[in-house]
Design a protein around this ligand. Structure first.
Ligand code: MN
Length: 230
């Protein structure tokens, strides 16, 4: 059973359930515990979770008025976890804030506040319930994500998703590829093709474990983690 490092967040229950259902064994990790380089030595995969905003000083921009910081130390810890995972070829699944952490760690920037900065954007902060469908995304047909999502992809390469983010990728980091976007142009998924498994999604697939729409994404991730470190 592959051990999956899960970045601590305020609410982990749905992430834990999704990983458990995929056959993974979750290990909660956070700043102040084991060093990222040591964590990577004993896990098969890394799951970056949702949470507050990445401090924009990490990509060289001043703070927007809507800045909602993550827990102290979390940005640095998770950036180091990304670096260690990619350097070692450890499978990485990055959800919501996690996808933003991934983009910034590789040299990209973020839209700091979609509602005030992107005219005509769809509502991307939709809640509750947590699995409420907010909008569709168009998934690139030749992407890893397209294969992972399987039957959840509808005709026209569309996929209906929930949405609880006020930030998104602005300048894409070198080496990353956009694999899904919303109709308003907001980037909703990325991949890092240089490694075996590195997928980021801006929505929250973990909130669907009861109905299973995105279980195949977690299954594929845990399978990759098991192959890396059985
Ligand atoms: Mn969205």
């Amino acid at each position: 059973m592959a051990v999956i490092a899960i970045a601590r967040s305020r609410r982990l229950d749905d992430y834990l359930e999704s990983v458990h259902r995929a056959g993974g064994y979750p290990l909660e990790v956070a700043d102040g515990g084991e060093q990222p380089s040591r964590i990577i030595e004993r896990v098969g995969g890394v799951l970056l979770t949702g949470g507050g905003d990445v401090d924009p000083s990490r990509y060289g921009e001043p703070q927007h008025a809507a800045f909602d910081p993550a827990e102290p130390g979390r940005d640095e810890f998770e950036a180091a976890l990304v670096a260690a995972a990619l350097a070692s070829g450890t499978p990485l699944l990055a959800i919501c804030r996690g996808m933003q952490v991934l983009n910034v760690a590789l040299g990209g920037t973020l839209i700091q506040d979609i509602p005030s900065q992107i005219a005509g954007a769809l509502p991307h902060s939709v809640s509750p319930p947590r699995d409420a469908i907010a909008h569709s995304v168009t998934v690139e047909r030749d992407s890893r994500l397209h294969g992972l999502l399987g039957d959840t992809i509808e005709p026209g390469d569309l996929c209906r998703v929930n949405s609880r983010h006020h930030q998104s990728v602005a300048r894409l980091a070198p080496g990353l590829r956009v694999t899904a976007s919303a109709i308003d142009g907001i980037i909703e998924a990325v991949e890092y093709p240089a490694v075996a498994f590195c997928v980021g999604v801006q929505w929250h697939p973990e909130n669907f474990w009861q109905t299973g729409e995105f279980q195949s994404l977690f299954d594929g991730f845990v399978q990759a983690a098991s192959a890396r470190r059985p």
